[in-house]
Design a protein around this ligand. Structure first.
Ligand SMILES: C[C@H](O)[C@H](O)[C@H]1CNC2=NC(N)=NC(=O)C2=N1
Length: 99
């Protein structure tokens, strides 16, 4: 099971993500971000690509899509907070959204 991120490792993993629009939900120890796309097909195509990535990682996002927007919450349920898997999935989401 992935270990919760703590200390310097946590700061190092999260700092670049906080620069690209991710923020922390302290209560849940989760990363949250709203992605905005040109239209629904673009948003859903991104979700489909990320679903394949998530399945391969066995690490799955909580997300909500409304037309061209996708609200994402990333946390590791098994660990009760953020792990390296969340940071890796967040970076994949950014890369595939062009953020
Ligand atoms: C049984 C299965 O391996 C677990 O439920 C996996 C699946 N995907 C997961 N995704 C996330 N975000 N957190 C988890 O703890 C998690 N655990």
């Amino acid at each position: 099971m992935a270990e919760k991120l703590t200390g310097d490792a946590r700061d190092t993993a999260l700092a670049p993500l906080l620069e690209t629009g991710w923020s922390l939900d302290a209560e849940r120890d989760a990363l949250v971000k709203e992605f905005r796309f040109a239209d629904f097909p673009t948003a859903f195509g991104w979700m489909a690509a990320l679903a394949a990535v998530a399945e391969k990682m066995n690490h799955h996002p909580e997300w909500r899509n409304v037309y061209n927007r996708v609200q994402v919450v990333l946390t590791t349920h098994d660990a009760g907070g953020l792990t390296a898997l969340d940071a890796r999935l967040a970076a994949e989401m950014d890369a595939r959204a062009g953020d």
